[in-house]
Design a protein around this ligand. Structure first.
Ligand code: NAG
Ligand code: NAG
Ligand code: NAG
Ligand code: NAG
Ligand code: NAG
Ligand code: NAG
Ligand code: NAG
Length: 858
């Protein structure tokens, strides 16, 4: 069979596939698709079992190129094929492919900027032209990867049908840079069904953007309210779908919802399921259960893009809860302009669990000196008087269209400079508690790029330096108590006394207590500086006394805080629903004279961290176990106990607080995104602290409850070893506690690194159980990690093994001192070590680093 007939047959079969509603399988077009591992002579199979062939026979032009292998295989590469081999192109070279003449082509380019023989990736600037469209220009894979802090880059395009039946792909090294070269690791070309339709131009009621004549670049592809979907789980087009949470703006990020049990997503007859897989439709983000709250905020996502381009936003919808028209009706805004009023998914799709999508076009012009962004906001359509004030979104894709001169390329992103501001101690303080604020300093950079394809978190060498500096200051005793920043649960401690004395806010009347400003002022001696126990992005945190003797922590929004009233209320409303013995409690709030104040339980024993490193009296093993068990309970509740899964995202020893009875409480959970920072960057970040961050999250943006489990595993080893999660000054293999402890555990030398003060007090059975549990938490893949419930069970079992050791030799003195310790009031040494009233934060890890994450890619 010659190639032409072959193609014809494939086209015909493709036609049938397209006209039917059956799954368009990845194999639909195997015979006309290309999967090339460039620079390899033999090809190979990747981790998903796909067979890649050598690129050699497609290289037609006479340009100079060589095959090379990368010297170093980055651990984050999903597989060695196609990344480890590259074609290095030193003068203009063209690939030529025979392609079906009437179909759009999906083109994916894979780049792994690494040292190839004598070629330094930093010298490589080049352009890529497909047919007549410039896809990339002056492109530096190295700079882009650095800016996105990921090791490899994937660029995805959808090319218009090639009328000639051939596709030329030309790589040209830049002439503007000395020694420049082009390189490419993998090329994937797959004919694709035409998924694009004319879209209404937002802001111009009568204008339609014809998409079919344009080449598109995928900028973002998100499974809203859901999880990462790998190419192998896509519905036939090998797309990757990412979690949307890094892009949600401000504190009010709604809730995620799922298909109801036994419900099945059914595609309507006229919608093929290759539009998006079922997994996209069976999860969604909605505004939450409180109509009053929802009225007052917009569910908003923010994306960085390149200026002077037209964008298509494809919103995927599928109603998962309601069945009738006018139950959930909302307005859609794009860049502050109305894209759609009174969106009613049921009215559109006519039934529950029936997927659909809507496209909107938006032109983004260049904003000199600023980042170009796309804002998507949903708000209940109050004028329609729907049954519930809520909105829903299941999936989102953002595509960039070529401009009128056939260009799709934007500038290279600018890698984040280090937060120079942080050098000064003064500024460092302002960094501390506010993750968001901190990140704003760290991230600076221009807009642009395709994050769907390229996302990740950042590490800089200099972090280590800063880290060290802060650890030093930490030891100098200026550490303050604790900062329950955003996200604290509610205890209905004194509802009665408060509710009568002050005007009760409509929203929180029966949720938590309303304090009068006078009470707060009295309790803090009019916000006297000596009462400050911490500073956050939100403002200062004071120790105070209310009700004639109850100690509380009072978080006061500084006048400069940008957290709006709506966010403030939303936060109260959402957080006060969460109550648990092992979560720090929100007692009440005060909103008066433009003051926004939150009142929390005071945790007199500070953070777990300070007990591990700074106190003269060391916690006994049993106390440590009990604290771990308490924290595990709190996290387990967050994951499963509330109506929706809440992922803490920043589990570490500074976020585990201890009250006067040594009961562990998790603080700062869940909803810690706030509006209290420079708005341009708020959504570009991934939260989490260096040293505790789940490598899987880091690698591919998959935020799950197992990310918390990973971080908790680090906490467990930290508790066992009294060894910080990161120790930059130690030899390389010991820098990361997670790696070091796993290494020791594997070699059977874990006992050597146990906190010396615990030596001889842990029963071998308990130690075995404990370290095995911690080890499992640190599994590389989330799927191999236990659930928080399992961890809890194992720790409790460990405690039993400690208290009732079967082996006689392990009858140890642990219990006794622990009990006396617990019975007495804290010794003076504890008091002094806890009594720090410094104004700096207790949170060296957080200061140093919340993982940064730049959402754009290119
Ligand atoms: C593709 O490239 C080949 C060789 O460089 C050239 O002969 C041919 O005209 C090009 N085709 C198109 C459609 O650009
Ligand atoms: C490129 O190299 C040449 C000779 O090595 C040198 O004269 C020239 O200044 C260099 N140009 C740039 C932009 O570095
Ligand atoms: C992919 O699909 C398979 C089979 O449906 C499922 O078991 C697996 O969990 C999915 N993987 C992810 C990451 O969603
Ligand atoms: C939309 O409005 C908000 C303030 O309401 C502003 O911060 C943001 O920059 C606007 N977005 C765009 C793209 O203009
Ligand atoms: C929601 O966004 C729209 C468009 O930017 C704006 O007009 C409106 O005021 C916002 N509503 C709230 C409650 O923030
Ligand atoms: C993209 O380029 C094609 C020509 O190659 C042109 O017809 C089309 O209008 C361009 N798209 C846009 C949005 O300008
Ligand atoms: C190419 O990109 C680099 C890095 O972004 C930039 O410094 C340089 O000015 C660009 N050159 C051209 C000709 O655009």
């Amino acid at each position: 069979m010659n190639r032409r007939t072959h193609i014809l047959i494939c086209l015909i079969s493709l036609y049938f596939l397209l006209s039917s509603i059956s799954v368009l399988r990845a194999s639909n077009s195997n015979s006309v698709s290309f999967l090339l591992t460039c620079g390899s002579t033999v090809g190979g199979i990747d981790s998903e079992g796909r067979n890649w062939e050598s690129d050699r026979r497609y290289l037609v032009s006479s340009g100079d190129s060589i095959s090379a292998r990368a010297r170093y295989q980055d651990p984050s590469l999903p597989s060695s094929v196609p990344y480890m081999s590259a074609r290095i192109i030193t003068s203009e070279s063209t690939y030529k492919f025979s392609v079906p003449a009437k179909q759009r082509l999906s083109l994916r380019l894979y780049f792994y900027p690494s040292q190839y023989s004598s070629f330094n990736p930093r010298d490589g600037y080049f352009s890529v032209v497909a047919g007549k469209i410039t896809l990339l220009k002056n492109f530096s894979a190295s700079i882009t990867a650095q800016a996105l802090t990921q090791s490899y880059i994937l660029k995805e395009f959808s090319l218009t049908p090639s009328r000639t039946g051939f596709l030329n792909l030309t790589f040209t090294p830049s002439t503007k840079h000395n020694g420049s070269f082009a390189f490419i690791n993998g090329i994937e070309i797959v004919p694709m069904p035409d998924l694009f339709h004319p879209a209404a131009l937002v802001g111009f009621s009568d204008q339609i953007v014809a998409v079919d004549s344009s080449t598109l670049q995928t900028m973002y592809r998100l499974n809203v309210g859901g999880q990462y979907i790998p190419p192998s789980n896509d519905s036939g087009l090998s797309r990757t779908w990412y979690d949307d949470s890094p892009y949600v703006y401000a504190a009010a990020f709604g809730v995620t919802i799922k298909t109801e049990e036994n419900d099945v997503i059914e595609y309507p007859y006229d919608m093929p399921n290759y539009v998006a897989p079922v997994d996209v439709y069976n999860t969604a983000r909605s505004m939450g259960p409180y109509s009053k709250v929802n009225q007052n905020y917009n569910l908003t996502w923010v994306f960085e893009v390149d200026g002077n381009f037209m964008y298509i936003l494809r919103l995927h919808f599928c109603e998962l809860k309601h069945t009738k028209i006018n139950q959930r009706v909302f307005d859609i805004y794009i860049n502050n302009q109305t894209a759609q009023l009174a969106a009613d998914v049921i009215a559109w799709s006519s039934s529950k669990d029936s997927p659909m999508f809507k496209d909107f076009a938006m032109y983004v012009s260049e904003r000199p000196g600023e980042d170009e962004q796309l804002w998507l906001a949903l708000h209940p359509s109050i004028s329609q008087k729907p049954e519930v004030y809520d909105a829903i979104l299941n999936g989102l894709e953002i595509f960039k269209l070529n401009d009128t001169i056939g260009n799709l390329a934007g500038p290279n992103p600018v890698p984040s400079p280090l937060p120079l501001a942080a050098e000064s101690k003064e500024e460092m303080k302002s960094f501390e508690a506010s993750k968001s604020k901190k990140n704003v300093h760290i991230i600076a950079g221009t807009a642009g790029g395709a994050a769907a394809i390229s996302l990740l978190a950042a590490i800089f060498i200099a972090i280590y330096q800063r880290k060290r500096r802060i650890l030093e200051s930490d030891q100098s005793g200026t550490t303050s108590r604790w900062l329950p920043l955003y996200g604290i649960s509610y205890t209905n401690k004194s509802t009665n006394s408060g509710a009568n004395s002050s005007p009760v806010s409509s929203l929180a009347s029966n949720l938590c207590r309303h304090f009068a400003l006078g009470e707060i002022k009295q309790g803090t001696k009019n916000f006297e500086e000596t009462h400050v126990i911490g500073v956050g992005g939100f403002g200062k945190v004071y120790k105070g006394v209310v009700d004639g003797g109850t100690n509380v922590a009072i978080k006061r929004a500084s006048p400069s805080s940008e957290q709006g009233v709506n966010e403030f209320r939303t936060e109260i409303e959402m957080l006060s629903k969460l109550r648990h013995r092992h979560l720090v409690s929100l007692i009440g709030f005060c909103q008066e004279n433009n003051e926004m104040i939150l009142v929390y339980d005071y945790m007199s024993h500070g953070t777990l961290r300070e007990h591990l490193y700074q106190c003269e009296t060391h916690l006994s093993w049993k106390q440590r176990l009990e604290i771990c068990i308490g924290a595990a309970r709190g996290l387990h509740y967050l994951h499963t106990g509330a109506k929706y899964t809440i992922i803490h995202r920043d589990v570490k020893t500074t976020n585990i607080l201890v009250d006067e009875n040594w009961v562990a409480k998790v603080s700062d959970f869940g909803l810690s995104k706030t509006g209290s920072n420079n708005q341009t960057h708020i959504s570009t970040l991934v939260k989490g602290s260096f040293g505790y961050l789940d490598p899987e999250y880091f690698r591919r943006q998959q935020l799950t409850d197992k990310s918390d489990v990973y971080s908790f595993g680090v906490v467990l080893f930290e508790v066992l070893c009294a060894h910080p999660a990161l120790s930059p000054s130690l030899p390389k293999e010991e820098v990361s506690l997670a790696d070091w402890a796993l290494h020791c555990q594997k070699n059977g030398t874990l006992e050597d690194i146990i906190d010396p003060t615990l030596k001889g007090t842990i029963t071998p059975e308990c130690l075995k159980k404990f370290s095995e549990t911690a080890e499992k938490c640190l599994s590389d893949h989330g799927i191999d990690r236990p659930s928080m419930g399992d961890v809890l069970w194992n720790l409790e079992y460990g405690l039993q093994l400690q208290e009732k050791p079967n082996a006689s030799r392990s009858k140890v003195e642990d219990n006794k001192p622990a009990k006396t310790f617990l019975a007495v009031t804290p010794t003076t040494s504890i008091k002094s070590c806890l009594g720090g009233m410094g104004t700096s934060s207790d949170d060296p890890d957080g200061i140093i680093f919340s993982q940064i994450h730049k959402q754009q890619g290119r």
